[in-house]
Design a protein around this ligand. Structure first.
Ligand code: PLP
Length: 362
């Protein structure tokens, strides 16, 4: 049996995808072996990766002058790969709006010390405890920056930036927890990256979508495995890739296409988020501190007015079959991650539980 799972990542996968993967685990399309056991250089596997890329390009409408890479090391390794590939003795601008963009700028600073360029934190939302995004009029942008980095959705703080910032430098967005959740315009960005383990597939894979003209600025110190131009030339197979995670991601792309694509899933995602935020806002028992314009549609943290009930909420919700609602330790309280594979019905079950719990304990 499968239960409503609100984990922030690795997150729940579409049941249809796991059922298909299970049915062919021992024998993929009559080949007598699993995709897991195939050479990554085989014609079968090359066809699998080509199809996955085509599907992702279709879903996101990725223009031809962008490369799509399927790499390893998670989103966190990109925090290093970005300055190593793109800083190019210039300035890298960073907007800090929560834990993940904060980690990105901290990691980039190490390369400033190495003399690869200057790292500038243009603004931080720390003063608001990351419940709001600093106004653009306060950003201290560098002249001729090599890039502007931000996190489109702060998974821990539940803070989302829906509109791509309008700055002169190429935009780099960490979309780990928001990719494919609704339509974006890829050509607004120089680069988009996302760890797979939320809206795409199993952990072990990170997707990089990068405009071709940004490919040739890597430092000589950039490890080859992290070098975007090199990986683009090698079709993300400079070494053995995360073959099975890549395959399952392709199945998730098929699934998303069957759901009607990002526009259709985006509508459902909005409904799910509205249902949960309405429940929180219509009660004095629950609260969410994030500025309304920036409330995430993927990760929804909430607190109880009486935090001494937190433990009970978690044990009772788990007993009711609602999994992984504990908030991140930096924020406390609860968090419901409601990625693409979480159906509206699960959110309804959560909301019913919350209202019930409130009646019993308010
Ligand atoms: N960026 C965001 C927005 C995330 O949510 C996460 C992980 O939860 C990361 C980066 C780090 O991803 P990884 O664990 O794949 O390095």
């Amino acid at each position: 049996h499968r239960l409503p799972n609100f984990c922030a990542g690795p997150a729940t996968m579409p049941t249809e995808v796991l059922t298909l993967a299970q049915s062919e685990l021992l024998d993929w399309q009559g080949r007598g072996m699993s995709v897991m056991e195939m050479s990554h250089r085989s014609a079968d596997y090359m066809a699998i990766t080509a199809k996955a890329e085509t599907k992702l390009r279709g879903l996101m409408d990725i223009p031809d002058n962008y490369k799509v890479l399927f790499l390893q090391g998670g989103a966190s390794l990109q925090f290093s790969a970005i300055p190593l590939n793109l800083l190019n003795n210039q300035a890298g601008d960073y907007l800090t709006t929560g834990a993940w963009s904060g980690k990105a700028v901290k990691e980039a600073k190490r390369y400033e010390k190495l003399g690869l360029g200057r790292i500038a934190e243009v603004a931080t939302g720390k003063g608001s405890n990351f419940t709001d995004v600093p106004a653009q009029s306060e950003w201290q942008l560098s002249d001729n920056a090599a890039y502007f980095h931000y996190c489109a959705n702060e998974t821990i703080h539940g803070l989302q930036i829906f509109d791509a910032p309008k700055v002169d430098a190429p935009l780099i967005a960490d979309m780990s927890s928001s990719i494919l959740s609704e339509r974006i315009n890829v050509s607004d960005f120089g680069m988009i990256y996302a760890g797979a383990q939320k809206n795409i597939g199993p952990a072990g894979l990170v997707i990089v979508i990068i405009r071709e003209d940004l490919l040739d600025n890597a430092s000589e110190w950039c490890p080859m495995l992290m070098n975007y131009a090199h990986q683009a030339e090698k079709e993300s197979m400079s070494n053995t890739p995360a073959t099975y995670a890549w395959y399952l991601s392709g199945l998730v792309f098929d699934w998303l296409e069957e759901q009607g694509g990002v526009d259709a899933i985006g509508k459902i995602n909005r409904q799910k988020a509205e249902l949960l935020y309405a429940t929180i806002d219509n009660s004095s028992f629950y609260a969410n501190p994030v500025a309304k314009a920036h409330r995430s549609i993927m990760n929804i943290p909430f607190t109880l007015a009486d935090s001494s009930l937190d433990k009970l909420f978690l044990t009772e919700s788990e007993k009711a079959g609602l999994l992984n609602l504990k908030g991140h330790r930096d924020v406390g309280g609860m968090r419901a991650s409601i990625y693409n594979a979480v159906p509206l019905d699960w959110v309804q079950q959560l909301v019913d539980f919350m209202q019930d719990f409130e009646k019993k304990h308010a």
